[in-house]
Design a binder for this molecule. Structure first.
Ligand code: FE2
Length: 252
């Protein structure tokens, strides 16, 4: 745990081991939902089904993604299961009075597909609170272009000064920092927790297999909010007995 915290402090992100039993069950649930939507043979091995998903040549991929997200979010206690799979790391990094993103996002990155890329950005540039941490969980092993890229804390911070950002275009910035980006190797059973104030994004998946991942944001419930408000994008998740008592005194 100590190492996770010092890694996060230094870099603004950390790759952690999840509780395998919990995350494996979540992946099985995800595969069942996806198979239901694309009508794939139930006998096919789940991991192969994911990695070879692009061979199905799904026509309305975005519709499939949206209906899968919708069903995935209906899974019983899904956010609690994901939180539990981190085995206390969210608490150590974010706190234990927590708000969580209301809806979990799923990302499908098929080989050669450029339809749902996230170009280099910091979520804080578009008004999100820098107090939000992203839990990013791949359902397959990822590396290189099948992963994502992150610009570690010491390189990212300067791009939160407007005058620094004004000096360069995004493509120049990408070029200038290209040796500083990290492309985390993440095995299934692991996750990245990162500050979305760090510059990050993804490129076209040039590996042979499809990538599926989820992302879910946590923040301290009392920390400042940005464009994503409590009760709207975020909902209360964990409240300590003291906080609950305190708010009760205020009649909330
Ligand atoms: Fe982002």
């Amino acid at each position: 745990m100590k190492e996770y915290i010092s890694n996060f402090k230094e870099n603004g992100y950390v790759v952690i081991d999840l509780d395998f039993e919990i995350i494996n069950k979540v992946r099985q649930d995800f595969i069942s939902i996806l198979k239901k939507h694309v009508g794939e043979d139930k006998k096919k091995d789940g991991i192969r089904f994911l990695e070879e998903f692009h061979n199905l040549n799904i026509k309305n991929l975005n519709d499939t993604r949206l209906s899968t997200i919708s069903d995935f979010n209906l899974l019983t206690s899904i956010k609690e299961r994901l939180y539990d799979s981190t085995q206390g790391v969210i608490d150590s990094i974010v706190g234990n009075d927590l708000a969580v993103q209301k809806n979990i996002n799923l990302s499908f990155q098929l080989p050669g597909d450029d339809s749902s890329l996230l170009p280099l950005h910091s979520d804080v540039w578009s008004g999100n609170s820098p107090f939000e941490a992203v839990l990013w969980v791949p359902f397959v092993d990822v590396h290189k272009s099948k992963s994502m890229y992150i610009l570690p804390r010491k390189y990212s911070l300067k791009y939160h000064r407007t005058e620094e950002l004004k000096k360069v275009s995004l493509s120049e910035l990408f070029e200038n920092e290209k040796d500083n980006f990290v492309w985390p190797n993440v095995k299934f059973g692991q996750a990245i927790i990162f500050s979305h104030s760090l510059l990050h994004g993804n490129i076209v998946n040039t590996e042979k297999e499809s990538r599926f991942s989820l992302n879910l944001r946590f923040k301290s419930i009392t920390s400042p909010y940005g464009s994503k408000a409590l009760g709207d994008y975020f909902v209360p998740f964990r409240i300590t007995p003291m906080t609950e008592l305190g708010w009760e005194i205020y009649g909330k």
